[in-house]
Ligand binder design. Sequence first.
Ligand code: ATP
Length: 198
Amino acid sequence: MGRTGFFGGTFNPIHSGHIHLAEEAYSKLGLDRLILVPANIPPHKEAHDLCSNADRLNMCRLAAEDHEGFEVSDFELKQGGKSYSVYTTEHFAEMYPDDDLYMMVGSDMLLSFDKWYRFEDILKKVTLAVVSREYDDMDDLKKKADELSAFGSVKIINADPFPVSSTQIRDLIRRGQKYSCYLPEKVVQYIRLKKLYV
Ligand code: ATP
């Protein structure tokens, strides 16, 4: 019996905040594998300046490369349509029937989690693990985790936030400003090579 964590997102592009969350979850939850799952169409928010599925998948693979235990799944990209996490949860539950399953989210996604399609069914199968994105949202996170605990297990991982977003990074690139400090080096090189977000 192992511990499998999966972490979905638009990853447009994947950035150091995402990797920070994944690293903290991997070590503090004692995971055997951490699977990054780029969404085909995110159901929970508008996707602006979305680059191709292939580019987002490639950037996830490059970001995962240097982290032992990190993997990337193209499950949602192959499914097509809107990427509802309940189906992704069922997929990994079938793949790893003997494992404890963890689903990772950042603050914004925890706070809106009770609006997700069939969130109760997700919480029957996973422990929801959250890493804060901001310095001042812990009270809100604790309150929401408490509410959701009626449906299943929710764990707040104790870690310093790394406050950055893909939107900020896309804006910096478009404005010709420095952005490389917010991304894994290989992802920076990829963005430059493919001239993404300019
Ligand atoms: P965008 O700015 O394009 O909306 P984003 O930076 O919010 O993107 P997503 O790919 O939409 O990134 O997020 C995927 C998951 O990663 C979500 O659960 C989100 O809460 C989490 N996340 C994003 N940025 C951070 C961060 N800096 N720290 C912790 N979690 C984060």
